[in-house]
Design a protein. Structure first.
Length: 653
């Protein structure tokens, strides 16, 4: 807790000046003179006003708002009230003394508190909730190392544009910068990662700060926000008072000054703490495309002969629901590629959804609509776009939208606004216009030819174990319609992206542009809680699974039945495929054919093995894993695979 000692008090610069004044005056004044207790306090108050510190100490506020010294309420209850008012159903955490009050309060208000084995998993789980529900996902972790453990997940959420609220514990307000336990400059750490950062200094500020943070997370370009909650704004008055009380009676002028300062600090901390405040959501600021921009894009697209759409994750952001966006895309009738959270938007095997040969298609298109996707490495920084194509790009973030423009590509129209609503308005403006079917048919033929090549690769034997292409084809055939796919890995997952199709919108979770390994367990946790009736299938590389294995303890404790399929080729294959031929060494790329299924069994989960010995039973084993999940058990399916040339030429950097 605070463990506050008089010698360790934080007295700001104003107080140091006052103390110097008091010592000087006391030395000059006779005993029993003007420095009686009452006049002493009056003098200090006047000095504070003279120094402009009355506002800083909350003296004026305290005149109008009393402190209820008998109340057992605490700041954690204010946190929980705001979360409930915003519809938050889950709080992900790893427990710590700094944040215990808010965890207890959330539990009392019916918010499910889910504790993980690593703080990064808690934030990944909150990220998954944000992506699948369109609301703010919330995680709470303790101070210092608890917060530093979340940095990767928070950066991943920033790049993926996920609205995540991270609540962080902190040392008491008087102990910051004094060498307290787990006390670091947390604000400086998170300001580059978050749209909004705030440190709450008084209990009465909890509610307005959290409301502002929740609104900021969803406004403009969504992203993570951070609110620091020092321990003394979360605990009840009587506990904080006990920690602030001096160990022995104060003596002398300096003792009384310090005592007054502490009493005032405590009063300012709790003044107005329990007065009613609005807790519900603030308006969310969303940018909209102007009618003039929409009309110009309608005119460009109406003249196209070979139009193409590339839809990214941002297209699935609220307020346009996924089914309405799907209807709009179908009405538009333009062939499209889907990436990120837009995967699965059109369901499985839709005639407008082109899955292969994207670069070749982009070169042939005369008009390309980049809807919620940007020209970063995924589009070769814009170099895959033809100079003869007219490019329309729409994005909520103007800076991101224009990345690499006028270097490798140039937009005809750059529209800053919500992507989903723009597509809907575009359809309305085109008034049912259609395009010749030969363009879409040409792209579908190229798709079929590529997939035929995949079938040939699936039939080839590998040196040892199972052919991963064949295994993933059988996964595709077995995957149910109510499934959510979580992918976490390199080579195995990269292969799966070509072969396994999500069954509907918001049914595919990958790290996003940051390329983060380790998202799997957290994403699966958030996905299963959001959609308990869905089957959550996690596709792991064996390297990536090392980050998530311990969280099967979390799945077992919280009764979260998910299914993990590990493509186990005993190595970091995505890296070694380039490293070995170019540099002549496999150093640091080798793993072992570890018995991950047995490790999971040791954590209380179910474990299954697929190898060459039961090669003819792949579908049967997959069905068995499904059955065990339906019975309420998390399952790890360890699939021993060999290596193929399926992804030769793909990049790892």
């Amino acid at each position: 807790m605070l463990s506050l000692k008089l010698i360790n008090m934080r007295i700001d610069e104003d107080m140091k000046v006052w103390c110097h004044l008091m010592e000087t005056a006391a030395a000059a004044a006779p005993p029993g003179g003007i420095f009686s207790s009452f006049l002493l306090l009056a003098f200090v108050a006047l000095a504070a006003a003279a120094l402009g510190a009355a506002h800083h100490l909350g003296l004026l506020f305290q005149l109008m708002h009393k402190v209820d010294k008998t109340s057992i309420q605490h700041g954690g209850e204010n946190v929980a009230a705001v979360l409930r008012a915003h519809g938050v159903r889950f709080l992900f955490t790893l427990v710590g003394g700094h944040i215990s009050p808010l965890l207890v309060a959330c539990e009392k208000l019916g918010i499910r508190v889910v504790d993980t084995r690593h703080e990064v998993t808690a934030v990944f789980a909150a990220d998954a909730v944000a992506r699948l529900t369109g609301t703010v996902g919330v995680a709470a972790v303790t101070a210092g190392p608890g917060l530093t453990n979340t940095v990767t997940a928070l950066k991943n959420a920033q790049i993926a544009q996920s609205p995540v609220l991270l609540l962080g514990g902190a040392a008491g307000t008087l102990l910051q910068n004094r060498g307290a336990l787990q006390a670091i400059d947390q604000m400086s750490l998170f300001q580059p990662l978050c749209k909004f950062c705030a440190s709450v200094r008084r209990v009465r500020d909890i509610i307005p700060t959290l409301r502002a943070a929740m609104a900021a997370a969803q406004s403009g370009t969504p992203g993570p926000v951070f609110v620091e909650l020092p321990v003394d704004v979360l605990y009840p008055y009587f506990i904080v008072q006990k920690e602030l009380a001096p160990a022995r009676p104060v003596k002398g002028v300096m003792g009384r000054v310090v005592s007054w300062y502490l009493e005032n600090h405590l009063a300012n901390l709790f003044a107005g703490a329990w007065e009613p405040q609005p807790e519900g959501p603030l308006p969310v600021d969303i940018p909209w495309a102007s009618p003039q921009q929409v009309q110009r894009c309608v005119e460009i697209l109406s003249r196209a002969k070979r139009p193409l759409i590339v839809l990214g994750s941002q297209a699935l952001l609220p307020p346009i629901p996924a089914d309405k966006l799907r209807t709009a895309v179908e009405s538009l009738g333009v062939p499209c590629f889907l990436g990120g959270m837009a995967r699965g938007l059109l369901g499985r095997n839709h005639p407008l959804h082109i899955r292969q040969n994207r670069s070749a298609a982009l070169q042939k298109a005369d008009v390309v609509l980049l809807a919620g996707i940007v020209c970063d490495f995924r589009l070769s920084y814009g170099r895959v776009l033809s100079h003869s194509s007219k490019i329309i790009i729409v994005n909520r973030n103007r800076k991101e939208m224009l990345i690499n423009s006028d270097i490798f590509w140039k937009p005809q129209e750059a529209v800053q606004g919500d992507v989903g609503s723009f597509v809907v308005k575009l359809v309305e403006g085109l008034g049912g216009q259609t395009w010749a079917s030969d363009w879409a048919e040409e792209l579908r033929r190229a798709d079929w030819q590529k997939e035929q090549a995949f079938r040939e690769k699936a039939s080839r034997p590998v040196a040892q174990h199972l052919n991963p292409v064949r295994v993933l084809q059988l996964v595709e055939e077995t995957l149910p319609d109510n499934s959510i796919l979580v992918v976490d890995g390199g080579d195995f997952v990269g292969t799966a992206a070509h072969l396994v199709q999500p069954r509907g919108p918001l049914c595919w979770l990958d790290p996003g542009a940051f390329g983060t390994l380790g998202v799997g367990a957290g994403f699966a946790l958030g996905a299963k809680l959001c959609r308990p009736d869905a089957e959550v299938w996690c596709l792991f590389g064996d390297g990536a699974f090392g980050y998530s294995l311990i969280e099967f303890d979390t799945f077992v404790r919280h009764k979260i039945p998910v299914m993990a399929l590990i493509g186990n080729d005993a190595g970091w294959t995505q890296i070694s495929r380039e490293q070995v031929p170019s540099l002549g060494s496999n150093v640091a790329c080798g793993l072992a054919y570890t018995d991950y299924h047995k490790a999971a069994m040791g954590l209380g989960a179910q474990g299954l093995l697929l190898s060459r010995e039961n090669e003819d039973q792949v579908v049967k084993v997959l069905r068995d894993a499904q059955r065990q999940c339906r019975d309420g058990h998390p399952v790890v399916l360890n699939i021993l695979i060999g290596r193929t040339d399926f992804r030769d030429g793909s990049i790892a950097v």
